[in-house]
Design a binder for this molecule. Structure first.
Ligand SMILES: [Fe+2]
Ligand SMILES: [Fe+2]
Length: 181
């Protein structure tokens, strides 16, 4: 058994082989997972965070704090066993993103924005809503990465952009699959 640790979320994975993605935050393992003994806490030497990065981190944290309970609610409302699992998985990943952002900001998370934590009544509407949320998040994270002068914050936003882009692709496939039901 080996231990791998994620440079993005800091969580440790135990397994016989490296997974393709961090099981906790979804980061691409080839880029961001290292052997546990080689892991370094890259949040430790960020230094002063620029105003623009701080604002972007706060906006990102609010997005993740809204999206995690949205996915949880979508999972609870779904009667489809596959989508229950998918939404539950995405809820955990978004909560992990909130946690990763919180560690950089060193703040308590805000409450979800009123109404933004609530899912709709049908699976297809929730898949489409999720797709819109992920699209908005990916575009925002890409911009935030380009605005970050701090290497660590650039890396974090780059990883988040990649992860949410994976979610958009996944949701494209699920929307096609469940539209024909
Ligand atoms: Fe991770
Ligand atoms: Fe996220």
């Amino acid at each position: 058994m080996k231990f791998y640790r994620c440079l993005i979320c800091g969580d440790v994975y135990m397994g016989t082989e490296m997974p393709t993605n961090c099981p906790f935050c979804g980061a691409l393992a080839a880029k961001y997972l290292v052997k546990a003994e080689d892991w370094v806490d890259e949040n430790e030497d960020i230094g002063n965070i620029s105003d623009i990065s701080r604002r972007n981190l706060e906006t990102a944290l609010q997005l993740e704090v809204n999206n995690a309970p949205f996915y949880k609610d979508a999972s609870l409302k779904s009667e489809n066993i596959e989508l229950q699992g998918v939404f539950k998985c995405l809820a955990k990943i978004e909560a992990e993103h909130a946690s990763a952002l919180r560690k950089v900001l060193k703040t308590e998370p805000p409450l979800p924005e009123e109404g933004k934590e609530v899912a709709l009544d049908s699976d297809i509407d929730n898949l489409k809503a999720a797709h819109r949320r992920e699209t908005a998040a990916a575009a925002f994270y890409k911009k935030a990465a380009s605005e970050a002068i701090e290497p660590r914050i650039n890396k974090l936003f780059t990883a988040l952009t990649e992860i949410e882009t994976d979610h958009i692709r996944l949701e494209d496939i699920l929307i096609a699959k469940f539209s024909s039901h």
